[in-house]
Ligand binder design. Structure first.
Ligand SMILES: Nc1ncnc2c1ncn2[C@@H]1O[C@H](COP(=O)(O)OP(=O)(O)OP(=O)(O)O)[C@@H](O)[C@H]1O
Ligand SMILES: [Mg+2]
Length: 226
């Protein structure tokens, strides 16, 4: 599904060059469930943004479903981000003045579904994440765990095969974080591919594969019995 070949990312700030990623070679197969761990600044978010087609590498080639991503047009990339990939972030990134159901509806609007189809899908997703009672609540009227579940429902709106999560439990207490991790395990059992950045060794150890990053490199990428 995902193949990174000698990927690098160099940032230039003023006259200072900085290698955020170096010689990244990585394969992620369909249905893989991976944690990405490593110190702050090691390149985890940079790597995830490239995998999510939110950012482009400065070197190497990224193949998504065997297609070189560098050959895709802006429209094709937007379509991939909308249909193929679901994003979940530490800060939830919900629209602050929109209700839970309106937030979940956004990717369905972009995908061009009818109002009837959108409402059916939103209802299904709210139930899936256990928030059927919070449909009309705005982010300020929900707990952190509830906001993150709305964000996960939104990520699932167009039924993407790939879920990318950057510190999804970073703003949550450990018990609430556990419930989010359980939801990820369900998504994995459904056959989705998941890549989850986490600082929490306890959460990482529950995932079947752990990718360790350090100074812009993958220093270890192993599967273990979960
Ligand atoms: N736009 C940018 N311009 C310059 N340097 C950047 C930029 N974005 C990231 N970096 C640098 O690249 C390195 C990797 O950043 P990245 O956000 O990928 O780290 P991370 O592993 O996700 O860290 P954290 O755990 O703190 O989120 C950092 O040293 C950061 O300062
Ligand atoms: Mg980060």
């Amino acid at each position: 599904m995902i193949k990174l070949q000698n990927i690098s990312k160099q940032y230039i700030t003023g006259s200072v060059k900085f290698d955020a990623l170096l010689e990244i070679n990585l394969e992620i197969k369909e249905r893989d469930f991976c944690a990405v761990v490593g110190p702050s600044g090691s390149g985890k978010s940079t790597l995830m943004n490239i995998i999510g087609c939110l950012d482009i590498p400065t070197g190497g080639e990224y193949y998504l479903d065997n297609k070189p991503v560098s050959s895709l047009s802006a429209d094709e990339l937007a379509d991939i981000r909308n249909r193929k990939i679901g994003f979940v972030f530490q800060a939830f990134n919900l629209l602050p003045y929109a209700t839970a159901e309106e937030n979940i509806e956004v990717p369905l609007l972009f995908a061009g579904h009818s109002r009837k189809k959108r409402l059916e899908r939103v209802k299904y997703l709210l139930e899936k994440v256990g928030l059927q009672d919070k449909a009309l609540n705005k982010p300020t009227e929900m707990s952190g765990g509830e906001m993150q579940r709305v964000a996960i429902a939104r990520a699932l709106a167009n039924d993407p095969p790939l879920i990318l999560a950057d510190e999804p439990t970073g703003n949550l207490d450990s018990k609430t974080g556990e419930s989010i991790v359980r939801l990820f395990h369900e998504l994995s059992a459904e056959g989705r591919t998941l890549l989850v950045i986490t600082h929490d060794p306890n959460i990482a150890s529950q995932m079947p594969r752990i990718i360790h990053m350090q100074d812009g490199r993958i220093v270890n990428s192993h599967a273990h019995a979960a």
